[in-house]
Design a protein. Structure first.
Length: 301
């Protein structure tokens, strides 16, 4: 059995002569949580729609579970659950009734309803009307819907959109459990970098329709160059002093940032001797957001 659940080769999609996705080659391995990142308009949702067969690529190919989507669409998608945008649920029906519709369409057994409700932590709400659900509960119900049947791959497009902090935490914990406890590979798009950083085993970054990075979470960590953060009085003068001494330094949010971490003691002495009060001098790693911005040259949406 192949360990590659999703593979695309030079996937390309154009709309009215404009290229939305260009030569995107993805590799998603079994048991991973693959975070697909990019600014708004980068082509994430377009790529996901091609993975699900909702859009036909203008060039390139998609394979799920080692089989071309173009020739084995039914079998591949029967093993794939998805949650794209808002869950399609009937507010006037209960959670159980909504899931019963999905399981009948898919030919899944009635026991699947209790199984998926338990997975998403909504077992207590089977008989409750969906119109009484919070946004977070509706999102989890949508996830339960996507898990009906024998799913091996879950594709999620911005699954935490619109959720409050509690809802985001619940979704994050659930996504983290899916590969280890249920053997489900997760492919998710997001722009909430802090949340993704806590669940992803692999990361792909899209910018202007093209892949600019793909690798493991460890590969991302290797890009997070350690740096010094210095908070000193008269920051503009302190910055000019460090530049004059031959150090590369930047000013960010009122602090000085330097990559020459070995110079910490010397920098502190130079600033103090020049009459600057050094309130903070600490070693830190660049965040995923820093890496993201450096690769995409864009602002996080």
């Amino acid at each position: 059995m192949s360990d590659e659940i999703i593979r695309t080769i030079q996937l390309t999609k154009r709309f009215r002569g404009k290229t939305a996705v260009r030569d995107v080659s993805l590799s998603v391995t079994r048991g991973s949580v693959y975070a697909f990142l990019g600014p708004n308009g980068a082509g994430k949702s377009t790529t996901i729609r091609m993975l699900l067969g909702l859009l036909r690529p203008d060039a390139g190919s998609v394979a799920l579970f080692g089989a071309p989507l173009s020739t084995d669409r039914y079998t591949s998608l029967h093993r794939t659950g998805s949650l794209v945008e808002n869950p399609s649920v009937y507010p006037h029906l209960t959670a159980g009734e909504n899931l019963d519709i999905a399981r009948r369409i898919l030919g899944a057994p009635p026991a699947d309803i209790d199984r998926v409700l338990a997975v998403v932590g909504l077992g207590y709400a089977r008989g409750k009307l969906v119109k009484t659900f919070s946004l977070g509960m509706r999102q989890r119900l949508g996830l339960a819907q996507a898990l009906i049947g024998k799913r091996e791959l879950l594709i999620l497009d911005e699954p935490t959109n619109g959720l409050d902090p509690a809802g985001i935490t619940e979704m994050r914990q659930l996504i983290r459990r899916l590969p280890a406890e249920f053997g489900i590979t997760v492919f998710l798009s997001s722009h909430l970098l802090g949340e993704v950083e806590q669940v992803a085993t692999h990361v792909g970054i899209l910018s202007q329709g093209q892949m600019v990075f793909q690798g493991t979470a460890s590969d991302v960590s290797a890009l997070r160059t350690p740096r010094l953060r210095i908070r000193a009085s008269r920051v503009d003068q302190a910055h000019a002093l460090l530049i004059a001494q031959g150090w590369a330094a930047d000013v960010s949010a009122g602090d000085l940032l330097m990559t020459d971490v070995a110079a910490a003691a010397t920098v502190n002495r130079v600033l103090v001797e020049a009459g600057h009060d050094v309130e903070l001098l600490t070693l830190e790693s660049a965040t995923l957001e820093d890496v993201f911005l450096g690769l995409t040259h864009a602002e996080v949406a």
